[in-house]
Design a protein around this ligand. Structure first.
Ligand code: IPE
Ligand code: IPE
Ligand code: MG
Length: 233
């Protein structure tokens, strides 16, 4: 049993739509509340001493949603950083992202890039937003990059498992993966990085997922016996 704080935590922030529907509100109201909760959970992770928090904000499959909802979701990171970047900066949080931003509106891209450069020297929590991210796409782009380096003679055809992360959008192994709102699936998230992650599925919808529920997930994680294929010590 390890009482360690997980270094890298990934969250599938699910259930915004159902949260809003249960309150008789439009789905977008759930996304708005969900964005505010990103601030609360990032601050909590920073206090707890987690090194990196990777939040699934928009998947490569979410383009299938109605135009109005997609439009709202595309603008949300910009709205989020305009509201909270000052506070994230004060708390020494470093902002990064994973995914292909180029399909997002230019002003949203500008706000995200500004948040990244403004906070790049911060040494607290790394808050990584997975935006227009899909793990299959990530792996495909990585394989293409590797193949072109081999074709250009830049490297031998000798890729080792521990070098694979150089070709990915997220380099770290995930220790703890949480999915809110009851669904028990991965939905194309961090497939390489979760090889030995502990998985926790909580029924709580993302807008209601608070510090107390986060701490409950961490204490459940601490009770798990992470054997990595070996034997319990
Ligand atoms: C998660 O909430 C946010 C995104 C996927 C962008 P959902 O919008 O998936 O909410 P549900 O699952 O429909 O309740
Ligand atoms: C996963 O949630 C993506 C994000 C949280 C951004 P979805 O709601 O899109 O996943 P499915 O469709 O239930 O698998
Ligand atoms: Mg969902």
């Amino acid at each position: 049993m390890s009482l360690e704080i997980p270094k890298t935590v990934a969250i599938i922030m699910d259930g915004n739509g159902r949260w809003a529907k249960a309150k008789g509100l439009p789905r977008t109201a759930g996304h708005k509340q969900g964005a505010t909760n990103v601030r609360d959970i990032a601050l909590a992770c920073n206090e707890i001493g987690i090194k990196k928090l990777i939040l699934y904000a928009f998947s490569t499959e979410n383009w299938k949603r109605p135009e109005e909802e997609v439009g709202f979701l595309c603008k949300l990171p910009g709205v989020f950083f305009n509201m909270f970047i000052k506070e994230l900066m004060e708390k020494n949080i470093r902002v990064t992202f994973a995914g292909e931003l180029n399909r997002f509106p230019q002003d949203t891209q500008d706000v995200i890039n500004k948040a990244v450069s403004m906070t790049e020297n911060n040494t607290g929590l790394e808050l990584c937003l997975a935006i227009n991210y899909g793990s299959r796409r990530e792996l495909l782009l990585g394989i293409q990059k590797y193949a072109s380096e081999v074709a250009q003679g830049l490297r031998e055809n000798d890729l080792e498992e521990d070098e694979m992360s150089k070709y990915l959008m997220v380099e770290e192994e995930v220790d703890l993966m949480i999915r809110t709102s009851g669904e028990q699936r991965i939905s194309n998230y961090l497939l390489w990085q979760i090889a030995y992650a502990e998985l926790i599925f909580t029924p709580v919808a993302w807008p209601d997922f608070d510090k107390k529920e986060l701490e409950r997930c961490i204490s459940e994680y601490q009770k798990r016996d992470r054997r990595f294929g070996g034997l319990t010590s």
